[in-house]
Design a protein around this ligand. Structure first.
Ligand code: NAP
Length: 426
C-alpha cells in the first residue's frame, strides 16, 4: 500500500511539507506501515526557481490533477487565502479526499461547513497548523484536555506582533523601526496590517475558543484591538509597575457565557507569558481539573508548521488503516452565548494627561466612585510641558461597562487633557 498526497502550494510551508515527507520516509513508514508519497504539487508557475529540488513532472498548474485525481488520497492545502482555496477544499472533500490545511482564515470562516462536508463524505479534515504553527495546541485541546473543563485561555498567537513588542520592550526600539525589522527578517508581510491590527490573532482565537468551549464562535464575537497605538511611554510605565505589554488572545467561560478578545494586555512579569519573546507563541490554559498548563513553541516557519501538517497526515493515514476516517465530532454542544459588557471583568491600566492644577485628582476619584471603580496602583509624573501632568492608574477588577463609562466621563472633565491609553491588565 502507498498513500498518495496532493500538495496545493509550494511556498514556505509547502516546501517544508515536501522536505519532511521526503527526508523522514523511514520514520513515516514505521509510524503508518506504508510508503507516503507526494504525487502532485499545485503551483502557479512550474518553471519558477524554488528552494527545493523537486521533479518537474510532479508539478502542475491544473488543480484538477489533484482534487479530481482518483489516485490522490490526501490533499494538503498550503495555498492560503479564502478563494479559490475554499472551493478547492470543498471539491476535494466531495471527491472523498482527506484534507489537511494550515489555513486559519479558511477554518475561522468556513470551519463548521467544511467539517460537515468532511463528515458526510467519511473524510478527515485536520488543521493543527492553522494555530500557533509548530505547537500541537489543537490536538492538546481535542484529545489531551478532552476530559477537563476549560475555563480560560490566554494566547500569544501572533509571532509578528510578539517580535515587535519584544524589540520595543527590550531595546527601546520605536514601533515603526520594530515593524521594519520584522519585515526584513521575514516575520512581517509587506502590508503587516492583519498582524498589527490583531485580525490574524482574532481568527486563531475563533478556532481555539470554538474548540475549547464546543461553541460556534464567530469572528464578529471577538473584540479586537491591535498594537499600533502602543507607545514607548506605555511600555516604560508598564515596566515601572512590574508588567510587560503583550498582544493577548483571551477567552473565558463562566456559567456557560463566553467572551473572546484580542487586545494589548499588561501581563505581570512573574507570569510565564511575560517571558515569551520574539516570534515565539504560547497558549496558557486554565482547566478545572488540570489547573494551569502552558504550551510554548515556534508559531510559524516552514519546517515547524510542516511538522504539524505531517503529524495530521500521519493521523489521517492511521485512521485510513483502521477505517475510521470522518469520525471527528462536529456537533457543538453549547449554544453560542456571548457575555455582555457588564459580565466581563478585568483590571485596567490607564494613562491620563491632566492640567497641573489643584483638585484634578479628586475629580477623577469622583468619576471612579460613581462607576464603582477603585485604584490598585497610582503613579503621578511631573509636568510634561504642554501635556500637563501625567497620571498612571491600575484599577481593581471592574466590569467592562463601568470601565468604558469611566473613560468617557474622565475624558469629558475640563481638567483632563486626554486619556492617552488604556489596556487590560491580566
Ligand atoms: N508561513 C508560515 O510560517 C505559516 C505558519 C502557519 C500557517 N501558515 C499558513 O500556511 C499557508 C501557506 O503559507 P505560506 O507561508 O507557505 O505561503 P506562501 O509562501 O505564499 O506560499 C503559497 C503557495 O501557494 C501557491 N499558490 C497560491 N495561490 C495559488 C493558486 N491560486 N494556484 C496555484 N498556486 C497558488 C503559491 O504559488 P507561487 O509560488 O507561484 O506564488 C505558493 O507556492 C497559509 O494559509 C498560511 O496562513 C503559514
Amino acid at each position: 500500500m502507498k498513500v498518495r498526497i496532493g500538495l496545493l502550494g509550494l511556498g514556505t510551508v509547502g516546501i517544508g511539507v515536501y522536505q519532511i515527507i521526503q527526508n523522514h520516509q523511514i520514520q513515516l513508514q514505521q509510524q503508518v506501515g506504508c510508503a507516503v508519497e507526494v504525487s502532485k504539487v499545485l503551483v502557479r508557475d512550474v518553471k519558477k526557481k524554488r528552494e527545493v529540488e523537486i521533479p518537474e513532472d510532479i508539478l502542475t498548474i491544473d488543480v484538477n490533477d489533484i482534487i479530481n485525481n482518483p489516485n490522490i488520497d490526501i490533499v494538503v492545502e498550503v495555498l492560503g487565502g479564502i478563494h479559490p482555496t475554499s472551493e478547492y477544499v470543498k471539491q476535494a472533500l466531495k471527491n472523498k479526499k482527506h484534507v489537511v490545511t494550515a489555513n486559519k482564515d479558511l477554518i475561522a470562516q468556513f470551519g463548521q461547513e467544511l467539517l460537515k462536508i468532511a463528515k458526510d463524505n467519511q473524510c478527515d479534515l485536520f488543521y493543527e497548523a492553522s494555530v500557533a504553527g509548530g505547537i500541537p495546541i489543537i490536538r492538546s485541546l481535542v484529545d489531551g484536555l478532552a476530559s477537563d473543563k476549560i475555563t480560560k485561555m490566554l494566547g500569544i498567537v501572533n509571532g509578528t506582533t510578539n517580535y515587535i513588542l519584544t524589540k520595543m520592550t527590550n531595546e527601546g526600539t520605536s514601533y515603526h523601526d520594530a515593524v521594519e525589522q520584522a519585515k526584513a527578517l521575514g516575520f512581517a508581510e509587506a502590508d503587516p496590517s492583519a498582524d498589527v491590527e490583531g485580525f490574524d490573532a482574532a481568527r486563531k482565537m475563533v478556532i481555539l475558543s470554538s474548540l475549547a468551549f464546543s461553541m460556534n464562535i464567530e469572528l464578529s464575537d471577538v473584540y479586537t484591538a491591535g498594537i499600533t497605538n502602543i507607545s514607548k511611554e506605555d511600555i516604560e510605565y508598564a515596566k515601572q509597575l512590574g508588567y510587560t505589554i503583550k498582544l493577548l488572545g483571551l477567552t473565558t467561560r463562566r456559567h456557560g457565557e463566553v467572551d473572546v478578545s484580542v487586545q494589548p494586555t499588561l501581563v505581570p512579569n512573574h507570569h510565564p507569558l511575560a517571558t515569551v519573546e520574539n516570534e515565539y507563541n504560547a497558549v496558557y490554559i486554565y482547566g478545572k481539573a488540570v489547573g494551569e498548563t502552558m504550551f510554548y513553541g515556534p508559531g510559524a516557519g516552514g519546517l515547524p508548521t510542516a511538522t504539524s501538517i505531517v503529524s495530521d497526515v500521519v493521523s489521517v493515514i492511521k485512521n485510513m488503516r483502521l477505517g475510521v476516517n470522518g469520525q471527528t465530532i462536529t456537533h457543538q454542544h453549547n449554544k453560542r452565548t456571548i457575555k455582555t459588557k457588564d459580565q466581563i471583568f478585568s483590571k485596567y491600566f490607564m494613562r491620563i494627561n491632566v492640567k497641573d492644577e489643584v483638585g484634578v485628582f479628586s475629580k477623577i476619584a469622583n468619576v471612579f466612585l460613581e462607576n464603582e471603580l477603585s485604584f490598585e496602583t497610582i503613579l503621578q509624573k511631573p509636568n510634561l510641558n504642554d501635556r500637563g501632568a501625567e497620571i498612571i492608574i491600575i484599577t481593581h477588577q471592574v466590569s467592562l461597562q463601568n470601565f468604558t463609562n469611566s473613560l468617557k466621563a474622565i475624558n469629558q472633565l475640563p481638567e483632563v487633557i486626554g486619556v492617552q491609553s488604556s489596556y487590560r491588565v491580566e
